[in-house]
Design a protein around this ligand. Structure first.
Ligand SMILES: [Zn+2]
Length: 352
């Protein structure tokens, strides 16, 4: 689910707010909560007064707007709540632009229908579906790419610091993937810059390829710096059992399935577009391989609007998932990977 709002917002909370707000409107057809035809919706803005203090009040205000028909809420389903280079909504002139995690003064949410399969809504046409998606068509730094290890520059890169803590599980099937909105307080440090973990989601097969090979699945951990820049960590997922000699694998040889993934799959909501908060704690540290060496390059979101200037950090070592876990994801999303994009003259660096 992509909710485009000015940068620098508490995104996960807003995503949930919008979803819960929209639910009554779409209740007559649950499927439409996600698959809303894109041409539909006029431009319309939903303005939320900063004076409204609680989420409930904001929800009510939004619901009123919607039911009055004063404007369509436009929602784009996508894996990123905020595109780093997405155009920001207009701020009222009298208000200073507030940095950091201020309450929104105005936001726009767009619904566009797109898919991973060939056709008018398929990846080749994402750029034609909306002018907001032009980067999908014209961008020169698009993701995913194939990483050719022989051509990656071996460098003394600083280790990524994962400063993650547990979060209450908040999970949604957004119509394109299974996404988990992560609680506040988990951060990534890369080269002295801090990015907050906002959400993570899955693709099957992995979008990124290493030497031409995609793994069974990948998890994308989406982080945002307070200036709006995005950093995405890709954790490859493989059903190939860890060899005992490769001690960096998560878990050990006795591990038959990944319990972290089981918790997620067990709690996937029955209804698309509805966020489920089952009262379970999760710890994303459990989804990281022990050896966190990585490839890095500059790319984009891998789905509309394909915004660029995304810092990609692809961990070299996959985590283990069972065949059954992959099969279960397959029952929901048999294929949700964007085709590989031209690497062009971009540099890919690799930890030594
Ligand atoms: Zn992704």
């Amino acid at each position: 689910m992509l909710i485009r709002i000015p940068n620098l917002l508490p995104i996960a909370a807003l995503a949930m707010l919008f979803l819960s707000t929209l639910q009554p409107v779409m209740a007559s057809d649950p499927a439409s909560a996600v698959n809303v035809p894109d041409k539909v919706v006029d431009k319309a803005k939903v303005t939320v007064s900063p004076a409204l203090s609680s989420d409930d009040e904001m929800s009510k205000a939004l619901t009123n707007k919607i039911s009055k028909g004063s404007g369509d809420i436009v929602i784009r389903t996508s894996d990123l709540p905020v595109g780093g280079s997405a155009p920001a909504a207009k701020e009222p002139k009298s208000k200073p632009v507030v940095k950091a995690l201020a309450k929104p003064t105005e936001k726009e949410v767009h619904i566009h229908h797109w898919s991973y399969f060939d056709g008018p809504e398929g990846p080749e046409n994402w750029g034609n579906l909306s002018k907001d998606n032009l980067a999908c068509l014209k961008g020169k730094s698009q993701s995913p790419i194939n990483i050719n290890i022989d051509r990656a520059v071996k460098a003394q890169l600083n280790p990524i610091e994962f400063i993650y803590r547990p979060s209450p599980l908040s999970i949604i099937d957004n119509g394109h993937t299974i996404m988990v909105n992560y609680g506040e307080g988990s951060n990534l440090m890369v080269d002295g810059r801090q990015y907050r973990l906002v959400q993570f989601h899955f693709h099957k097969p992995s979008e990124e390829a290493i030497n031409g090979e995609r793994t069974d699945m990948v998890a994308h951990l989406v982080h945002q710096h307070h200036d709006g820049d995005l950093a995405v960590v890709a954790v490859l997922m493989s059903t190939i059992k860890p060899a005992s000699s490769r001690k960096y694998w998560w878990g050990d040889d006795s591990v038959n399935e990944n319990y972290f993934i089981n918790t997620l799959w067990n709690n996937v909501p029955l209804v698309k577009g509805k966020t489920e908060a089952p009262g379970v704690m999760i710890d994303i540290n459990q989804m990281l391989p022990a050896d966190k060496s990585y490839f890095t390059y500059m790319g984009s979101l891998t789905e509309p609007p394909c915004s660029e200037n995304v810092l990609w950090l692809v961990l070299k070592n996959p985590i283990y998932v069972s065949e059954e876990q992959v099969k279960n994801f397959d029952r929901m999303y048999p294929m949700n990977a964007r085709p590989l994009q031209p690497k062009g003259d971009r540099l890919v660096k690799e930890t030594k």
